[in-house]
Design a protein around this ligand. Sequence first.
Ligand SMILES: C[S@@+](CC[C@H](N)C(=O)[O-])C[C@H]1O[C@@H](n2cnc3c(N)ncnc32)[C@H](O)[C@@H]1O
Length: 291
Amino acid sequence: MYPASHVIEKRSGFEFPFTQADFQTIVRIVYERSGIVLAASKRDMAYARLVQRLRALGLNSFREYCEILSSGKSVDEIGFLINAITTNLTKFFREAHHFEHFRSQVLPELVKSAGAGVPRIRVWSAGCSSGEEPYSIAMTALAARTQTGRDWDLQILATDLDTATLEQAKAAVYPKASLESVPAPMRERFFDVHAHAKPGGIRVSKQVQALVTFKHLNLIKPWPSSTNFDVIFCRNVAIYFDAKTKAALIDRFHSLLREGGWLYVGHSESLHEHQHKFKLTGRTVYQKIKT
Ligand SMILES: C[S@@+](CC[C@H](N)C(=O)[O-])C[C@H]1O[C@@H](n2cnc3c(N)ncnc32)[C@H](O)[C@@H]1O
């Protein structure tokens, strides 16, 4: 008799056997490698996202797939698993109030505090997905710079764990429909609709691209950077983590932000357990308090 977790569920429409034990193996590996918690309700999602991979590898079951993952011989396969499991949903100017806050509150304060010198502004988009978030930050800053007439030294670091989505980000080519969420004055100025690489595609201008550096980085592993950031965007990333992983991440953001630096989180996220470290200064916008 097999333990219940090994019983193969032959559900109609399911091409490959996928036991509860197989799912638990995937849950464990994903958690260890990325911090992402896959709830029991995500089992069908895991199946749907991996089924093509099993076909491509010519496998007969998820048990065989889990054996490859657990063998320790295929680092690439674990990378593929992580890329398949991450949720990369994003868009230009998602949660538009953050960009308005950045334009109207943060940039003027950073420029003012530089006095007569050239403001040095360092921004990190942590969990940048396919690049729409850091490019939106860059467009906001470029538009604001035109208005102030001041020059500044601005660099945006954009990182993600998912290597496939980072390649899309670097290519900077998007479907034309993605312009819908871009404020009208920025569409013509910051996108190149003629020199597109794909039919129906648009490309972020070189001027915007030049402000953003993309890097592969796992937020739950050691970080090489010791930059003192003025602003960190980490939106809709920690929602996939458990409380312990999230708390450790917030502590690390705190140590990398300069005093008074801003942390933007997603619409359903809050730092109320970290009130001694961050004060709320806007809608899901926090400022570092010195501890
Ligand atoms: C839903 S997207 C959010 C994109 C963007 N920040 C936004 O709000 O539109 C979440 C991103 O977090 C990334 N991610 C998840 N776990 C990560 C980890 N441990 N390290 C780095 N990035 C991670 C995923 O690959 C994905 O691209």
